[in-house]
Design a protein around this ligand. Structure first.
Ligand SMILES: C[S@@+](CC[C@H](N)C(=O)[O-])C[C@H]1O[C@@H](n2cnc3c(N)ncnc32)[C@H](O)[C@@H]1O
Length: 241
């Protein structure tokens, strides 16, 4: 595989005899005046592939948030749901989190790509098939401090399954939070309804443009929000779907 420093350059990748078009995009994380902490993450994307083989703008926003909150992330246990190309989780691993990257158990190509990106970026993350709303054995051993999800609120038919999984993880790890970025096209009212339904409360809501550095705003478009959510222990915690 050829390696390119510039975003959006195309490398040709041969996989199992099928020639696919793959790109490697480089994503940099730095703070002015603190160059010793700076690093970059290389992401293998396939524009002809699955949703999970492409870095979505919400992933770029969530990864930047993890970087800016790196002191908070250091030493924590992190699970990324619907991680796809996993940029936020890979940043969390770089800043010292113990990271489990997850995606739909049936998306073997996406899960394989995650493993390759861990090697490429020299980070050690666990990679796990975790389909929302399904209770396979490995989920019971997850006790995250922070659950991440970039652009996982896009198909309303999956919302209940997603929230059921998030609820399980937060209950399995008291005090934990879910940090998600989403396009506001999904509608706040639906998310607010789901939070009440599933017994969550929103403790932080940020507009992406309020914290993205100007060097990255050209890579995001639309109205992207970041919400930090936790269990609302004042609400009844039993839910009927
Ligand atoms: C829009 S992509 C976002 C990918 C990545 N988080 C990002 O921001 O670049 C949605 C991701 O959710 C995953 N996904 C969709 N439905 C899922 C499900 N039912 N269970 C687990 N993952 C799912 C997809 O495979 C895909 O990786």
């Amino acid at each position: 595989m050829e390696h390119h420093d510039e975003d959006d350059e195309v490398a040709t990748l041969a996989t199992t005899g099928v020639r696919e078009m793959a790109t490697i995009s480089r994503h940099s994380f730095s703070t002015a005046g603190q160059t010793d902490e700076a690093f970059s993450i290389d992401i293998i994307e396939n524009i002809n592939g699955d949703y999970g083989l492409f870095v979505w703008p919400c992933g770029i926003v969530l990864a930047e948030y993890v970087w800016q909150q790196r002191l908070r992330f250091s030493g924590t246990s992190v699970v990324e749901l619907g991680a796809g190309t996993s940029l936020p989780g890979l940043v969390a691993a770089k800043v010292g989190s113990d990271v489990t990257l997850t995606d739909n158990s049936n998306r073997l190509e996406v899960l394989d790509n995650m493993r390759r990106m861990c090697d490429l970026n020299k980070v050690s993350c666990k990679v796990l098939g975790l389909t929302w709303g399904e209770w396979d054995t490995p989920i019971f051993s997850l006790h995250p401090d922070i659950v991440l999800g970039g652009d996982v609120l896009y198909d309303s038919s999956d919302f209940d399954d997603l929230f059921a999984t998030v609820k399980f993880l937060l209950q399995n790890s008291p005090g934990s939070v879910f940090i998600t970025t989403y396009h506001n096209r999904s509608g706040h009212h639906l998310i607010e309804y789901l939070m009440v339904k599933w017994g969550f409360k929103c403790i932080k809501l940020l507009d992406a443009f309020s914290f993205m550095p100007s060097s990255k705003t050209s890579r995001i478009s639309g109205n992207i929000q970041l919400a930090e959510i936790m269990l609302d222990l004042q609400q009844p915690q039993n839910v009927r779907v």
